[in-house]
Design a protein around this ligand. Structure first.
Ligand SMILES: [Zn+2]
Length: 213
């Protein structure tokens, strides 16, 4: 993914970002404000958990401002296909059905796939990937990503580059914010190259430096 410096331009995100920084400074400088104000606000000691929550919030705003860019990146680099299940599709059959339908549509020979499963209109269950084609999907039939899914969206990279699969997985994880992210494999392999991951990690470090607890 191209690396470019991030400037948050969305006014709503900018405001929330600025408010959060102000809150951090305000808390840090509470003892000084006490010279000029009767009610200088919460006590000056920063608790680690409070500070980390502010860092998380800032990180979320960074991710949010990357989303349009990531969306364009995915659209350019991958072909997207949908498979929907009917209410009568047996749960254990869904993964096999995905494989069947894609093979029928001529995508059976593709090795590299990233998939995202959804329940309801928008809620993403899980983002996963395969570099051995559809057979990995079939083997996941009891996995949460298919068991409860109402539909699955599959992304086939247009070019066969080595890093495109983890990049795609990382981008889609940011875009869809899945419920199940207990492990985030792309982050360990790809995290430093993903601008959204890189910037949130950098931002957290900066907050820890500026506001030690
Ligand atoms: Zn990332």
């Amino acid at each position: 993914m191209a690396v470019r410096p991030l400037l948050i331009t969305n006014p709503r995100l900018r405001k929330r970002f600025r408010d959060t920084i102000n809150k951090l400074w305000r808390r840090e400088g509470a003892k000084l404000f006490a010279y000029i104000e009767h009610n200088p606000g919460p006590p000056s000691r920063l608790s680690r958990s409070w500070r980390d929550r502010q860092a998380d919030l800032l990180g979320d705003l960074v991710i949010a401002s990357y989303l349009p860019y990531l969306r364009r990146w995915v659209r350019k680099r991958a072909t997207r296909l949908h498979v929907r299940f009917s209410a009568r599709t047996p749960r254990g059959e869904k993964a096999r059905l995905v494989s069947e339908r894609l093979t029928r549509r001529g995508w059976g020979h593709h090795k590299n796939i990233v998939y995202a499963s959804f329940v309801g209109r928008k809620k993403c269950l899980k983002v996963g990937r395969s570099n051995v084609g559809l057979k990995r999907i079939v083997s996941q039939r009891r996995d949460v990503s298919f068991w409860h899914a109402g539909r699955v969206v599959l992304f086939f990279p247009k070019k066969r580059k080595r890093k495109v699969l983890p990049a795609l997985e990382c981008a889609l994880t940011h875009l869809y914010d899945p419920i199940y992210t207990d492990i985030w494999p792309a982050q360990t392999k790809y995290g430093e190259k993903c601008p959204a991951c890189r910037d949130t990690v950098g931002l957290r470090k900066l907050v820890e430096e500026l506001f030690p607890t």
